[in-house]
Design a protein around this ligand. Sequence first.
Ligand code: SF4
Length: 457
Amino acid sequence: MKLLNFNNVSAAGFRNRGRKKLYLATFGCQMNEYDSQRIAQILHEKYVLTSEPDNADLILVNTCSIREKAENKVYSLVGRLKKFKKQKPGLIIGIAGCVAQQEGDRLLKRLPFIDLVFGPQCIYGLPDMLKHVENGMGAVLQTELKHDFLIPPVTAPLPEPNPVQAFVTIMQGCDNFCAFCVVPYVRGREVSRPSEDILAEISQILDEGVKEVTLLGQNVNSFGKKIGATHSFPGLLRMVAETPDLERLRFTTSHPKDISLDLMKCFRDLDTLCEHLHLPVQSGSTTVLKRMNRHYTRDQYLAIVDKLKSFCPDITLTTDLIVGFPGETDRDFKDTISLLKTVEFDQIFAFKYSPRPLTRAARFDDHIPEEIKTERLKAVLELQKEIGLMRYKSLEGRKEEILVEGISKKNPEELRGRTRGNHVVNFPGPQELIGKFITVKIIKACYHSLRGKTLIH
Ligand code: SF4
């Protein structure tokens, strides 16, 4: 898990007409990033973003509880914020997101200097919550979880006009109850947004200059199922792909059990849809997948990969993997290793299993010793290092169109762009290229990125 927005929030994009300062730290997934964007939009009339917690009037920490390590990081950060409250007694500190939803009142008891605790669905009530605290009426706890919750339409501009990319949430929550996952308990049941709201939000951000849109949901493939929408996710993709001025389209995350032939064909048919699919496999063992409640087998997953490659031979595949799930045997783990060798993902996000409160797997009685989990994680990461490098090396010498996203994270003298296949390319070039499409030649493959040379701009 990364700590997001610590360094990249700024006052840019809002004229500061005497507004107060909001420091907004985001942990976790893109859904949390989107929620943070919404928080900044909801508060934009009164608050301007700052990257300095010590000059903030309001500090909000948007938290993630997907893994134990992420949760511990939140407690560590929030503990460190206490000193700011001592320095500035009027400062308001709030905890949002999945840890807030999961822990609720326990957070207020454990961290009594906190003023606000609110779950992901409650961000829209923030102005009223703030009034309550400002009027000296005490701390606020809001963790109501409605199963028919609908994300309201956007009415404010993006907090930081971004010439490059934006996320748009198309659905919220999840009904799948994978045995290891806390999401259905902290984000509620799956609810899709009306497609007209989604299309209106996309038109708005494209008007603000965005080039690339990523549609977000815990399981985008089941979009529309519960609202009886006239079109499924591929239908929505086709409508979005036709939006004028949209240059690149991506989506995440896809559950393998809900991927349809029609969706796979979109990679062949839609020019704006980038050739990258993040398809979490979680394990290469059918036995483990069954215990995880994933509703697909190893063979079904491999058949999906074959079919996808038949429609889009150049597609980049990435995945999520859990090692050391309760009951995972050496044989099961070997199945995971062999699946990695068969599919040859460009990148994997692999983690040791950690029990999460409320989940079914936390109550299983055959947990794997920590040292075995550590060994298995090391083994998959070492294997993937080789596979990833081989995949990246296959791009050497190729000409690729990239969208220039900003300054390189490795070298402030260089720029960073992204191919349609989602590979990061670092290259020397002037800052005026940020937000533009250019062609580069790939000159060297590294473990998680490529080096390029500008050809045309
Ligand atoms: S599909 Fe499974 S892993 Fe993904 S959010 Fe839903 S319950 Fe969690």
